[in-house]
Write a protein that binds this ligand. Structure first.
Ligand SMILES: N[C@@H](CCC(=O)N[C@@H](CS)C(=O)NCC(=O)O)C(=O)O
Length: 247
């Protein structure tokens, strides 16, 4: 039974898990649904109605951090965390910072407002929130990252979970039209470019392009034609349902 990941290729949290699977050399299949289109079985597996979800035989888990730690503990291959306790704690903190703060800014502040909300609910997103994100909140986060990201290479030597988690959100930022100002944040801009160019993430880009551009009816065929490893069945529904986020 292959490992199964439920969730759209365009989600930064799904991208993080898929990149970690690639890094560890584990094969998998994807049911590329967006969370709003999940049915009852999806809700049973993911009580918060969020993606990604992992299915490993008769075991399942939701939350990208929980999934990545499970994969690292249950499977061999390249470790996702560094070996020293303090480095491990720093890596976990940076993953948490990315998932919480960068997620809030890049996903809920930009990508959701500018891309997802108009697409799923056919109405404009919150322009005031986009403005606040771009003018105040995101610059403060980038100032922080500029102080902790390495000038060269990756955070703890080899690429790992903290690098992937951080850079993943910038790709969704780019989908919402955001570009990191390399004059103001040179280390961050170079780190993100370097990390997104690593094969474990770069190899996912063609599937993201298809997921973003193909219409909903032709998407599955287009993803298969691009070589995406899809499940034969989906937990997706035709009509969207609201999740638990206060949107
Ligand atoms: N902490 C979770 C966050 C996952 C998350 O927020 N996923 C988004 C998609 S990018 C989602 O499913 N949102 C739907 C909702 O919250 O209703 C993780 O790391 O997996």
């Amino acid at each position: 039974m292959p490992l199964v990941i439920i969730g759209s290729f365009v989600s930064p949290y799904v991208r993080k898990v898929l990149a970690c699977l690639n890094l560890k050399g584990l094969s998998y299949e994807v049911d590329p649904i967006t969370p709003f289109y999940g049915g009852d079985e999806f809700e049973r597996l993911s009580p918060l109605r969020r993606i990604p979800v992992l299915i490993d035989g008769d075991f399942s888990a939701s939350d990208s951090s929980v999934i990545c730690m499970y994969l690292d503990e249950a499977y061999p291959g390249r470790p996702l965390l560094p070996s020293e306790p303090r480095d491990r704690a720093r890596a976990r903190w940076l993953e948490e910072y990315a998932d919480t703060r960068l997620g809030d800014l890049f996903i809920w502040g930009l990508f959701y407002q500018k891309v997802v909300h108009p697409l799923v609910w056919s109405e404009p997103g919150d322009a005031a929130r986009v403005e606040r994100t771009l003018s105040t909140d995101l610059p403060a986060a980038l100032d922080y990252l500029e102080g902790v990201l390495p000038e060269e290479g990756f955070l703890f030597g080899e690429i790992g979970l903290a690098d992937i988690a951080t850079a993943s959100f910038f790709r969704n930022g780019a989908y919402a039209g955001f570009e990191t100002d390399a004059d103001r944040w040179p280390k961050t801009a170079a780190f993100v470019e370097r990390t997104l160019a690593h094969p474990c993430i770069a190899s996912l880009l063609p599937f993201e392009d298809v997921q973003r551009s193909a219409d909903i009816k032709g998407r599955r065929e287009a993803l298969l034609a691009a070589g995406a490893p899809l499940t034969s069945k989906t937990l997706g529904t035709r009509e969207p349902r609201k999740g638990l986020m206060p949107l």
